[in-house]
Design a protein. Structure first.
Length: 177
Protein backbone atom coordinates (compact mmCIF):
# COMPACT_ATOMS: atom_id res chain seq x y z
CA UNK A 1 0.00 0.00 0.00
CA UNK A 2 2.79 2.42 0.86
CA UNK A 3 4.47 1.91 -2.52
CA UNK A 4 1.16 2.55 -4.27
CA UNK A 5 0.69 5.80 -2.35
CA UNK A 6 4.27 6.84 -3.19
CA UNK A 7 3.91 6.20 -6.92
CA UNK A 8 0.58 8.03 -6.95
CA UNK A 9 1.98 11.07 -5.15
CA UNK A 10 5.39 11.23 -6.86
CA UNK A 11 5.47 9.12 -10.04
CA UNK A 12 8.53 11.01 -11.28
CA UNK A 13 10.56 9.55 -8.41
CA UNK A 14 9.77 5.91 -9.22
CA UNK A 15 11.46 4.35 -12.28
CA UNK A 16 9.74 0.99 -11.91
CA UNK A 17 7.53 -0.71 -9.38
CA UNK A 18 7.23 -4.18 -7.89
CA UNK A 19 4.14 -4.92 -5.79
CA UNK A 20 3.95 -8.22 -3.92
CA UNK A 21 0.61 -9.66 -2.73
CA UNK A 22 -0.76 -6.50 -1.20
CA UNK A 23 -3.69 -4.34 -0.27
CA UNK A 24 -5.16 -2.49 -3.24
CA UNK A 25 -8.26 -0.56 -4.23
CA UNK A 26 -11.07 -1.21 -1.73
CA UNK A 27 -9.27 -4.18 -0.15
CA UNK A 28 -7.63 -2.38 2.76
CA UNK A 29 -7.29 -3.88 5.22
CA UNK A 30 -8.29 -7.35 4.05
CA UNK A 31 -11.45 -8.72 5.68
CA UNK A 32 -9.72 -10.99 8.17
CA UNK A 33 -7.77 -8.08 9.63
CA UNK A 34 -10.38 -5.29 9.73
CA UNK A 35 -11.18 -5.89 13.39
CA UNK A 36 -7.50 -6.09 14.25
CA UNK A 37 -6.91 -2.71 12.59
CA UNK A 38 -9.70 -1.16 14.67
CA UNK A 39 -8.38 -2.72 17.87
CA UNK A 40 -4.78 -1.71 17.14
CA UNK A 41 -5.77 1.94 17.60
CA UNK A 42 -6.38 1.25 21.28
CA UNK A 43 -3.30 1.93 23.42
CA UNK A 44 -1.57 -1.28 24.51
CA UNK A 45 -3.10 -3.56 21.86
CA UNK A 46 0.04 -3.68 19.68
CA UNK A 47 2.05 -4.78 22.72
CA UNK A 48 -0.58 -7.40 23.55
CA UNK A 49 -0.44 -8.63 19.96
CA UNK A 50 3.35 -8.96 20.26
CA UNK A 51 2.88 -11.08 23.37
CA UNK A 52 0.28 -13.26 21.64
CA UNK A 53 2.56 -13.75 18.61
CA UNK A 54 5.27 -15.12 20.88
CA UNK A 55 2.96 -18.08 21.59
CA UNK A 56 3.48 -20.72 18.85
CA UNK A 57 -0.19 -21.73 18.75
CA UNK A 58 -1.37 -18.16 18.25
CA UNK A 59 1.43 -17.40 15.78
CA UNK A 60 0.29 -20.34 13.60
CA UNK A 61 -3.40 -19.40 13.82
CA UNK A 62 -5.36 -17.40 11.28
CA UNK A 63 -5.21 -14.40 13.63
CA UNK A 64 -1.44 -14.73 13.78
CA UNK A 65 0.65 -15.60 10.75
CA UNK A 66 -1.20 -18.76 9.70
CA UNK A 67 -3.08 -17.06 6.88
CA UNK A 68 0.04 -15.24 5.70
CA UNK A 69 2.76 -17.90 5.47
CA UNK A 70 2.95 -21.64 4.95
CA UNK A 71 5.24 -22.15 7.94
CA UNK A 72 5.77 -19.83 10.87
CA UNK A 73 9.16 -21.20 11.94
CA UNK A 74 11.04 -18.50 9.99
CA UNK A 75 9.04 -15.65 11.49
CA UNK A 76 10.04 -13.77 14.54
CA UNK A 77 10.22 -10.28 15.86
CA UNK A 78 7.33 -10.29 18.31
CA UNK A 79 9.90 -9.84 21.08
CA UNK A 80 10.77 -6.45 19.59
CA UNK A 81 7.10 -5.41 19.73
CA UNK A 82 7.17 -6.25 23.41
CA UNK A 83 10.44 -4.53 24.23
CA UNK A 84 10.58 -1.37 22.14
CA UNK A 85 7.87 1.32 22.22
CA UNK A 86 9.35 2.96 19.10
CA UNK A 87 8.79 -0.24 17.11
CA UNK A 88 5.21 -0.44 18.38
CA UNK A 89 4.70 3.18 17.33
CA UNK A 90 5.24 2.49 13.62
CA UNK A 91 2.44 -0.05 13.05
CA UNK A 92 0.14 2.01 15.26
CA UNK A 93 0.82 5.12 13.14
CA UNK A 94 0.35 3.18 9.91
CA UNK A 95 -2.90 1.65 11.08
CA UNK A 96 -4.37 4.83 12.49
CA UNK A 97 -3.26 6.99 9.56
CA UNK A 98 -4.34 4.73 6.70
CA UNK A 99 -7.68 4.20 5.06
CA UNK A 100 -9.36 2.58 2.12
CA UNK A 101 -10.03 6.03 0.65
CA UNK A 102 -6.25 6.47 0.23
CA UNK A 103 -5.83 3.25 -1.75
CA UNK A 104 -8.83 4.07 -3.93
CA UNK A 105 -7.55 7.60 -4.58
CA UNK A 106 -4.08 6.27 -5.44
CA UNK A 107 -5.54 3.73 -7.87
CA UNK A 108 -7.10 6.50 -9.94
CA UNK A 109 -3.60 7.67 -10.91
CA UNK A 110 -2.21 4.26 -11.91
CA UNK A 111 -3.34 4.64 -15.54
CA UNK A 112 -0.99 7.64 -15.82
CA UNK A 113 2.09 5.76 -14.57
CA UNK A 114 3.78 4.68 -17.82
CA UNK A 115 6.74 2.79 -16.38
CA UNK A 116 7.16 -0.96 -15.84
CA UNK A 117 5.19 -2.57 -13.04
CA UNK A 118 5.53 -6.15 -11.85
CA UNK A 119 2.76 -7.50 -9.64
CA UNK A 120 3.79 -10.71 -7.87
CA UNK A 121 0.98 -12.73 -6.31
CA UNK A 122 0.94 -15.76 -4.08
CA UNK A 123 -0.68 -18.88 -5.48
CA UNK A 124 -2.14 -19.85 -2.09
CA UNK A 125 -3.02 -16.36 -0.84
CA UNK A 126 -5.85 -16.51 1.70
CA UNK A 127 -6.24 -12.75 2.13
CA UNK A 128 -5.99 -11.27 -1.33
CA UNK A 129 -7.74 -13.04 -4.21
CA UNK A 130 -5.78 -13.58 -7.40
CA UNK A 131 -8.33 -11.43 -9.22
CA UNK A 132 -7.19 -8.47 -7.09
CA UNK A 133 -3.61 -8.97 -8.27
CA UNK A 134 -4.74 -9.21 -11.89
CA UNK A 135 -6.85 -6.08 -11.51
CA UNK A 136 -3.89 -4.27 -9.97
CA UNK A 137 -1.58 -5.27 -12.83
CA UNK A 138 -4.17 -4.21 -15.40
CA UNK A 139 -4.58 -0.80 -13.74
CA UNK A 140 -1.07 0.12 -14.93
CA UNK A 141 -0.42 0.54 -18.68
CA UNK A 142 2.81 -1.48 -18.41
CA UNK A 143 1.75 -3.81 -15.61
CA UNK A 144 2.08 -7.56 -15.63
CA UNK A 145 1.36 -10.19 -13.04
CA UNK A 146 3.26 -13.33 -12.08
CA UNK A 147 1.96 -15.94 -9.63
CA UNK A 148 4.44 -17.64 -7.29
CA UNK A 149 3.54 -21.23 -6.39
CA UNK A 150 4.08 -22.58 -2.90
CA UNK A 151 3.38 -19.30 -1.17
CA UNK A 152 0.77 -17.51 0.86
CA UNK A 153 0.62 -13.73 1.24
CA UNK A 154 4.17 -13.24 2.54
CA UNK A 155 5.94 -14.35 -0.63
CA UNK A 156 9.34 -13.06 0.63
CA UNK A 157 9.09 -15.47 3.57
CA UNK A 158 7.67 -18.50 1.77
CA UNK A 159 9.55 -18.20 -1.54
CA UNK A 160 12.44 -15.73 -1.18
CA UNK A 161 14.61 -17.15 -3.97
CA UNK A 162 11.91 -17.30 -6.66
CA UNK A 163 10.83 -13.77 -5.70
CA UNK A 164 14.42 -12.47 -5.92
CA UNK A 165 14.81 -14.17 -9.30
CA UNK A 166 11.59 -12.57 -10.60
CA UNK A 167 12.64 -9.13 -9.42
CA UNK A 168 16.13 -9.54 -10.88
CA UNK A 169 14.74 -10.62 -14.27
CA UNK A 170 12.26 -7.74 -14.20
CA UNK A 171 15.00 -5.21 -13.50
CA UNK A 172 17.29 -6.64 -16.20
CA UNK A 173 14.54 -6.67 -18.83
CA UNK A 174 12.48 -3.61 -17.99
CA UNK A 175 14.64 -1.04 -16.25
CA UNK A 176 17.23 0.94 -18.21
CA UNK A 177 20.70 1.17 -16.70
Amino acid sequence: MIAQLAVAAHPERVDSLVLVACDAFEVFPPGAYRLLFRLARVPGVIRLLGAALSLPGFARSRLGFGALVRGTSRLGGSDRLLADPLIRRDPRKLISGSSRSQTLRAARSFRDYDRPVLVVWAAEDRLFPRSLGQRLAEAFPRGRMVVVPGSRTFVPVDQPRPLARLIGEFLEREVPT
